[in-house]
Design a binder for this molecule. Structure first.
Ligand SMILES: [Fe+2]
Length: 413
């Protein structure tokens, strides 16, 4: 690849050489599309810039970049043709992520598929609409395919080739949360990230390693380093959840009344997921943690309150309200208290991709460090959670007013 950029190797000879190495024509072309000079180029970041290498990279990617604290409906985001993937897409930069992770949306037309890609960053994909099939491989003589439809949650293992095909009769739309911001900011070199031969045999070796979640995949979550006395949650350890909207959850009252949660350890990732659901007439406890928790609502409707500095909501200089429904995406900013309220007539369920850790903890990004640590321990005992009896009375007043609008009875007794 280096010789290609220096003009010592033609693209044709590079393709032939890549095919001899077992990549196949499309894979070789994909590498070229991703890192060739006209497309951001053996991309190396401009030094002394006010823009991070990741921001420079996505700006070179030729698709819309949607920036904000909250997106009401990721399904409605404008997309544009994305040469690298061969389908329409957009990047999503949630300010609350603060560069610890990022997101994109892509739409595969009927009969279409993405160009093969592989890369040195983790990604978790959620199917917003449609149905399709993903094929993954290290060695193209040993490919593995699996089907998905709306509600599926999956993660192709790190640095495997991946190709997504639409197998339905309507466009298929996916949203992905990735840790490319961290990887790109550290290495600022697209060739290293998108054209790296390293095989993570500890993450994926064969078809058997790509497992679908079921009761046999439940594990006990690890405890964050330095945290004692908190209950351990249950973790699904797998690579694919057929429908996160229907995933059986476990009681997790520490985060809220009648709250149910499943943590999800996908594909040996460091980036972690969980799904939470809370019933009609109920709100969760407020808590706070570090940046990067992409919260995607996958059922119900309601709102979240976010504020800074003090456990007393009404005394905070910064109060924000996010109204949400199916398809809403937001990231609570670093150390902001946040609290989720079910304002609708059906259970509210969200999926979150976070640095909460579980099987592997990344101290700098949170799981083992400040992020999420002590998220279920009261602020009065050195933790980051506000228990119901300690909360600002205004919290419940707002909730009562909200429920009156929809005629729903509060269930917080
Ligand atoms: Fe949170």
């Amino acid at each position: 690849m280096v010789r290609l950029f220096r003009g010592l190797l033609s693209q044709g000879r590079f393709s032939k050489r890549a095919r001899r190495m077992g990549f196949g024509r499309e894979s070789a072309e994909s590498i070229l599309d991703t890192v060739k000079p006209s497309n951001g180029a053996g991309f190396t970041a401009e030094p002394y810039s006010e823009k991070t290498p990741y921001r420079q990279w996505i700006e070179s990617d030729g698709i819309p970049i949607h920036i904000g604290y909250h997106i009401p409906d990721v399904r409605a985001l404008p997309l544009a043709p994305w040469a690298r993937l061969g389908v329409n897409g957009a990047h999503v930069v949630m300010e609350g992520a603060e560069g610890t992770d990022g997101a994109y949306v892509c739409e595969i037309p009927v009969g279409g598929r993405t160009k093969p890609q592989r890369y040195l960053f983790e990604e978790v994909l959620y199917v917003l609409d449609g149905e399709g099939e993903t094929t993954i491989w290290h060695d193209r003589t040993n490919k593995h395919s699996f089907r998905w439809s709306k509600g599926a949650l999956f993660s192709p293992p790190l640095n495997v080739w991946r190709e997504h095909a639409n197998r339905g009769d309507a466009p298929a739309k996916l949203v992905a949360v990735t840790d490319l911001p961290v990887v790109m900011d550290l290495f600022h070199n697209a060739s290293f990230i998108f054209d790296n031969d390293f095989v993570f045999t500890d993450r994926y070796g064969s078809e058997q390693d790509f497992s679908v979640c079921g009761p046999d995949r439940v594990r006990e979550k690890g405890r964050a380093p330095g945290v004692t006395g908190e209950g351990r949650g249950k973790v699904y350890e797998c690579s694919m959840i057929p429908d996160a909207r229907a995933l059986p959850l476990f009681a997790a009252e520490a985060r809220g009344r009648r709250n149910r949660t499943s943590e999800i350890q996908l594909a040996e990732n460091s980036l972690q997921c969980h799904v939470s659901e809370f019933p009609v007439g109920v709100y969760k406890r407020a808590h706070r943690h570090g940046p990067g928790s992409h919260v995607l609502v996958i059922g119900g409707r309601g709102y979240s309150l976010l504020w800074t500095d003090t456990p007393r909501f009404s005394e905070s200089a910064n109060q924000t309200r996010v109204d949400w429904g199916d398809g809403s995406l937001f990231v609570p900013p670093d150390r902001w208290f946040h609290q989720h309220f079910n304002g609708g007539e059906s259970p509210a369920r969200y999926m979150a991709v976070t640095w909460i850790g579980g099987k592997y903890f990344v101290e700098a990004l949170g799981g083992g460090g400040r992020t999420h640590r002590l998220g279920t321990k009261s602020v009065h005992h050195g933790g980051n959670m506000i228990d119901y009896p300690d909360e600002d009375p205004l919290i419940r007043e707002i909730f009562e007013q909200e429920l009156k609008k929809s005629g729903v009875k509060m269930d917080m007794a």
